[in-house]
Design a protein. Structure first.
Length: 78
């Protein structure tokens, strides 16, 4: 995290904003005391790749059928 004083922040705002857009956080200080933090408005989100695990899992034909003992315990037996 970068720390700059108010005067430098005023004179270098465009450059600081470019750094913030790149993911850097900037602390603005007055007389050495932190006053504010510049941080990206939206955090970059990694896009998910669809189908990454395609073919890795299988679903059996009896997936939605409860075993008899569990069905009885849940009162789902007709």
């Amino acid at each position: 995290m970068k720390k700059v004083n108010v005067h430098e922040a005023k004179t270098q705002l465009s450059r600081l904003l470019e750094e913030v857009e790149g993911g850097e956080r900037v602390v603005i200080a007055r007389a050495g005391e932190p006053v504010a933090v510049l941080s990206p408005y939206k955090v970059a989100v990694r896009r998910r790749r669809l189908g990454l695990f395609a073919g890795e899992a299988t679903m059996h034909d009896d997936f939605d059928q409860l075993p008899a003992d569990i069905a009885a315990a849940l009162g789902a037996v007709e």
